[in-house]
Design a protein around this ligand. Sequence first.
Ligand code: MLT
Ligand code: ZN
Length: 475
Amino acid sequence: MLRRPPFERISSSAADRARRLLGRAFGPSKLLVGAEACAAHGGDESDADPVAPDAVVLASSADDVALALAVAAEAEVPITPRGAGTGKSGGCVPVAGGIVLSTLGLRSIVEIDREELIAVVEAGVVLADLHAAVEAEGLFYPPDPSSLASCALGGNVAENAGGPRAFKYGVTRDYVRGLEVVTMGGARLVTGRRTQKGVTGYDVTALLVGSEGTLAVTTRATLRLVPKPPAVATLLALFADVRASGRAVSAIIAAGLVPRCLELFDAGTLEAVRGRGLPFDPRAGAMLLLEVDGDPAGCEVALEHVGGVCADAGAIEVLCAQDAAQRDRLWDARRQLSHATRAMARHKISEDVVVPRTRVADLLAEVEAIAAATGVRMLTYGHAGDGNLHVNLLWDDPDDAARVEQALERLFRAVVVMRGTLSGEHGIGVTKAEFLPLEQGDELIDLQRRLKAVFDPKGLLNPHKIFPRRAHGSC
Ligand code: MLT
Ligand code: ZN
């Protein structure tokens, strides 16, 4: 783990007061107070230290969410919303203790409107279940973070989740038309619209999407759908090294081609995939996984185009997935990369930096240079088409934490110099909060703090996230 000083926990008397009020508001089936049960709701999939809350509310309705937020306000204790806990930046870690509010119990797909191309879903719906339900109707909901089999829509909205298909289709925010949320204290808001167009008032929906659970708690979302593409085709291009694959990414973009996915694997992550029974050419030191969709004839043409560009850029081999089973095996291996790379060392940090798409090759070169200069093992894979790469830092010896911190800061500084951004899809959370000033000026950070205070004047909703610590420890 990196060295991050813990936040001060709420006092035991405040925790007792919260538990007493929650005990009056919720029956035992919706309230957890045992140490073990609370500890199970204290972490996510980042390297942030888990923190056990003092109580967990298992909400199963918007009324429960409102009640929990009202109790937290009355008891004046922090409350941290939580979906499936698959986040990658500590966003749902209750760093100061207090209450965790789980919205996984709100799990209804309320409506799929085939004519308006809309789905209305509750926050606890698992993304893969929504995919299956809309695809059964001939429709498509594109966002596809790798955790899709377990992540929940509420968390996707909080983090503005992306995934490989974002290259063509965009991210969660591009599909959220409106939200039902509850703010601190229990007030309910209905934001946005059902219609295709609409400019009434401020775009509060867009503000809430990606606000990392710091402004309000989502209970329901109205989502835009698109028709399901009739055909999909998948292609692999193997390269001698990661720089050659980076050049191919630039060439594909320069040619104006828009495959729906354009994923990159460097030598280390290619090795992890080989370990999952995909024995690629041993000469390959990098790989691109590309996918096109549309009508079958258009797919064929698009596949030939992207394959041709990869060959021209020096690919050692270009292979098409022959059937759905092969496609599934490839994507399964890609989606497991996060866990597979975690298993490679005792400690791992996975970043999700973004650079302008024309600078992917530069970013890859920079990662190599940082790894060489600091001696930290670094692996890179991810959504190269968006310029959004998961740079993983791996280490075993706790004494190496200082070098990892150095490598991380060098990476973030280099990304900002390239006019990139610190996070493309995992959010700032608690793990990157101290780095926010590298990218954003004091005035902008201050404006955002004031916005937070409008929604949550006492700073009780998911405190200490996104913004750096202040000297006196307030959020
Ligand atoms: C992914 O693309 O696999 C996810 O965003 C998770 C990650 O590897 O960091
Ligand atoms: Zn990703």
